[in-house]
Write a protein that binds this ligand. Structure first.
Ligand code: SF4
Length: 341
């Protein structure tokens, strides 16, 4: 690259799972990475204006993030997310995302829409890295492979931090040197808070829903403030997820849906560790129509309280707070009852 190009990464969707991988790779190639602002009212309204009506809220918000970057960067990073495990795919809206963005608005910078497809790993993954590098005019294979190796290393570290209970924002701060792992672990590792919690809740949902506090009306932080210990699918060991997946007659087709469902089944199997399940789902999400109902039925069969929280652009903080308080009160009462019995 002749001059340092600026690549914008929308702070939404796969960003929550792959940001360190993308950022490290792009920076190692010599690009400057700029991330869109945290989701806010303006981003939401712009996203709603620019997206088809029946899209789910995460897709609408993604469009808003793209427009937040327009005018500030040379390229916008919108990879076509096909498969991260070589087995399942991302939902159809992920698959068509670069096309949706391209046909949405004029005046957008060029998109980097390399296919992320880990089928035939590691070949598929390296095709992605080469494709991104070529979009930026980088052709030196040694430089590309070295950048990819650094990025993959950081990606593994990031996943390890998530598995220890750090939220993505916290893990990013550790990965990029703003904080130490120890600054967070005592307060966020399951069971590591040092004082008894009112209840333990599995907060299940796609990472771009539960970790974007604007979309989810801050459900994660609200639960923590209510004295609840929160477990997400990131904390479930991969080997356990694999074991659960092999026991099922049929898995879902979609990557994130499987993770949510396997985590739910694992926690229900180990139900002594959780008092209840909250499933955050986006209005209009096709995959969740199945995941939500199936999870609810499994929870009912296991006798574990279940709350489905559907979010859309009209979701209000007050309504979510009231429902969470009622759910947590019910879990606490159930705990007391079982101790008395
Ligand atoms: S999985 Fe559901 S919420 Fe996520 S992008 Fe697809 S339709 Fe939207």
């Amino acid at each position: 690259m002749k001059r340092q190009v600026k690549v914008g990464i929308p702070r939404s969707l796969a960003y929550y799972s792959f940001y360190p991988l993308w950022r490290v790779f792009l920076e190692k190639l010599g690009a400057e990475v700029i991330v869109s602002a945290a989701t806010n009212r303006k981003i939401l309204e712009e996203g709603i204006r620019e997206t088809v009506n029946d899209a789910c809220i995460p897709i609408k918000i993604f469009h808003g993030h793209v427009f937040d970057l327009a005018g500030r960067v040379d390229y916008i990073f919108v990879p076509r997310m096909i498969s991260a495990d070589g087995k399942s795919t991302f939902c159809p809206k992920f698959l068509g995302l670069p096309d949706m963005i391209r046909f949405t608005g004029s005046g957008l910078p060029e998109l980097i829409d390399a296919r992320y497809d880990c089928s035939g790993f590691p070949g598929g993954q390296f095709r992605f890295f080469f494709s991104v590098a070529h979009s930026l005019g980088v052709r030196n294979p040694f430089k590309i492979i070295s950048a990819a190796a650094s990025a993959l290393r950081r990606h593994r570290e990031y996943n390890l931090l998530l598995s220890k209970g750090l939220k993505p924002a916290e893990a990013r701060e550790v990965i990029f040197g703003q904080k130490q792992e120890g600054d967070y672990l005592a307060g966020s590792k399951p069971g590591g808070q040092g004082k008894a919690k009112k209840a333990v809740v599995a907060l299940l949902g796609y990472p771009y829903a539960i970790y974007d506090s604007f979309i989810s009306a801050g459900v994660y932080d609200k639960l923590v403030k209510l004295g609840v210990e929160v477990i997400t699918y990131d904390q479930i060991p991969l080997r356990e997820m694999r074991r659960i997946s092999k026991q099922l007659p049929q898995n879902f087709f979609w990557y994130y849906s499987n993770k949510v469902f396997w985590a739910g089944l694992y926690l229900l199997e180990q139900k002594k560790y959780i008092d209840g399940i909250i499933h955050v789902t986006a209005f209009g999400c096709g995959p969740d129509a199945m995941v939500d109902k199936t999870l609810e039925l499994e929870a009912k069969a296991a006798g574990v309280p279940f709350l489905g929280l559907t979010i859309d652009e009209h979701t209000g903080e007050g309504g979510v707070q009231t429902r969470l308080e009622a759910f947590v009160d019910m879990l606490c009462a159930k705990r007391l009852q079982s101790r008395a019995g």
